[in-house]
Design a protein around this ligand. Sequence first.
Ligand code: NDP
Ligand code: MG
Length: 382
Amino acid sequence: MKTVSLCGSTGSIGRSACRILAAASHLNCETLIFGRNEIVAREQIALLKPAFVGCLEKESALNIKKDFPFIREAFYGEGTLEAAAQPADIFLSAVSGSAGMAYSFAALEGARRMALANKETLVMAGELFMNEAQKKGITLLPVDSEHNALFQCLQGEEKANIESLILTASGGPFRGFSREELAHVTPEQALRHPTWSMGKKITIDSATLVNKGLEVIEAVRLFGFEENAIEVIVHPQSVIHSMVRMKDGSLKALMGSADMRLPIAYAFDYPRRARYQWEHWDPVQTGTLTFELPDENVFPSLALARLAIKEGGLLPLVYNRVNEECVVAFLEERIMLTDIFYFLELYLEEYGRKNRGLESVDDVKAADLEISRRIKKDLELR
Ligand code: NDP
Ligand code: MG
């Protein structure tokens, strides 16, 4: 029996993980952390019976503790990070956006394995996080479907055998759009992803291909390849989750349905595989698979991410935070989707001129706060 901490339980990834835990007798949810969605959290708590709970609101925490006598301690507010630091065989880091970084770091205190969905942790503080996890002997298993696929394809391969890593992208809802057409899309259209069902923030990022940009940075940091050894190929059927190109011309690909339960279960069970009762992907039903290059004239987000990781220092952090605030503004219909590219370019150029390294997690947080304040102000003026 393995103990699991679910962090971000009420989100898209968190709910998929709950379904796995409800079905798996070899996994036991010991800690459950969510933000504000008390209704869904209560259902999950009744089902999984965790010993520890953490959430943002004091009132929710106290009421939950009162109503579920098996809960030993309910943390709230800043204290939620203490819940993340509880001992666990596996910690699932699935809070959305930059807020997830603090939980990932807190979990390094108590977790033996980190199943990492929150890609922002690696984008914002990748080197610090990887070093800290390694120092503490924590196994890192990527949950992001592409990186999970790469991790699987890399099993048994020496780095010297590998030419490049290929991230596949669905292309999002606006594949084939012109820049002009992209400028006039609504949040409702952008939230309609063709193949994956995900939280709002990552769905918008998929529509701008910023998600793929973040994933290029994530891949560099996870697997230690140079940025130019990370390719991006659009594959609209989302059946191949990523590929590894070998020096001899062979390509290894991982295939399966577009269901996040697969990479989550892999990250939980590695190196073993358990039998789960979900529908298995059928190649005959899918039929044709297609591939094309992303249109980088319409989507400059990829080139900007490449610039950010090549320059390093503050720039990946800038890319992440500027985008995150722009996504909020776009969802509130204060800016156009294509304004996201404008602000990314503007900020990357400015911070590129005064770039510097990041020394510590506190340094990351301070720099992130500064960028956040500035971009919010710029967006308010719009
Ligand atoms: P969602 O928006 O669906 O869920 C976010 C979760 O985080 C919710 O449980 C929310 O709680 C919680 N949360 C938000 N802020 C806080 C906070 N300050 N403290 C505690 N909890 C908080 O996101 P997703 O599940 O889509 O994504 C989660 C992460 O996984 C992201 O980093 C994303 O990039 C990554 N990812 C997601 C994929 C997907 O298929 N969804 C695929 C690959 C990666 P509440 O709702 O209760 O307020
Ligand atoms: Mg992904």
